[in-house]
Design a protein around this ligand. Structure first.
Ligand SMILES: Nc1nc2c(ncn2[C@@H]2O[C@H](COP(=O)(O)OP(=O)(O)OP(=O)(O)O)[C@@H](O)[C@H]2O)c(=O)[nH]1
Ligand SMILES: [Mg+2]
Length: 247
């Protein structure tokens, strides 16, 4: 394999090469590791946004909407879906699928799913490395979609600058479980499916636990401007913190 050539194509943002390198990393290939080392460090200013929450809460649908908004600002967007059953295109209603199909033809959008394969510590490692590759490839916004169960809660916090936890009404026990894990790492909590019964109660409940709760109906785009603003505000805080640290 011509590692030098692959490195150059990754740096140029070539999607197939980016995908190839991520596969090498996933397979814990020695060439992949060597290439990764060669590509670091990057002076990327990418915003890494973790979108996590229970299966079916609407994470992919929300991401599809966010991608549309960021593309309007001409940002290059990448999506890594880790162990989700519906990596962005799947599981969504027809309307979402059509919207994501648009994205899949858009060279400014890179979509990739990754399996954690249940390896202890493997999710964090491979995901962090894949994010590194995407930064090198020049993406401005990198979404990491994970199911927020078990260890993934903590791992997403080490990878993403902004962690968005997605809840939905009617989860009951699952919302209780979230309080113990996910909410501790959340910067923004989204109550999606606000068109469903019980949304107000879920919002009230979660508001007691966290400062920033955003109400959305992802399928209709409701609450999306508020979510985009909340993400931008948090990213601004991160950048100010970084400046202080680098002084
Ligand atoms: N009523 C309603 N349905 C929604 C809303 N957002 C998403 N859905 C639907 O909920 C289902 C699951 O949405 P996804 O976006 O695939 O959810 P997800 O969290 O990515 O699911 P996994 O990746 O499997 O964990 C789809 O059928 C969506 O159309 C919403 O705001 N209201
Ligand atoms: Mg999904």
């Amino acid at each position: 394999m011509d590692l030098e050539a692959l490195a150059e194509r990754v740096k140029a943002g070539d999607a197939r090469s980016v995908s190839r390198l991520i596969t090498l990393i996933e397979n814990q290939d020695a060439d992949g590791a060597a290439l990764l080392k060669r590509l670091q460090p990057s002076n990327s200013k990418a915003e890494v946004i973790g979108i996590t929450g229970y299966p079916g809460a609407g994470k992919s649908t929300l991401i599809a909407q966010l991608v549309t908004a960021y593309r309007r600002q001409h940002m290059k967007v990448a999506i890594l879906a880790i162990d989700t059953s519906s990596p962005v295109s799947g599981g969504a209603i027809l309307g979402d699928r059509i919207r994501m199909q648009e994205h899949s033809l858009d060279s400014g959008v890179f979509i990739r799913s990754m399996a954690s394969r249940g390896q202890y510590g493997g999710v964090a490692r491979a995901t962090a490395d894949a994010v590194g590759v995407l930064k090198t490839a020049g993406f401005d916004i990198i979404f990491v979609e994970t199911i927020g169960v078990g260890q993934a809660d903590v791992e997403i916090a080490s990878i993403a600058g902004t962690v968005v936890v997605v809840a939905a009404p009617g989860l009951g026990d699952e919302v209780q479980a979230m309080k113990a894990g996910l909410l501790e790492v959340a910067h923004i909590v989204v109550v999606n499916k606000a068109d469903r019964e019980g949304a107000d109660a879920t919002i009230r409940d979660l508001s007691e636990w966290t400062a920033r709760v955003v109400r959305t109906v992802a399928t209709k785009g409701e609450g999306l401007p508020e979510l985009i603003q909340a993400i931008a505000e948090h990213q601004r805080v991160l950048k100010i913190q970084d400046q202080h640290l680098s002084r």
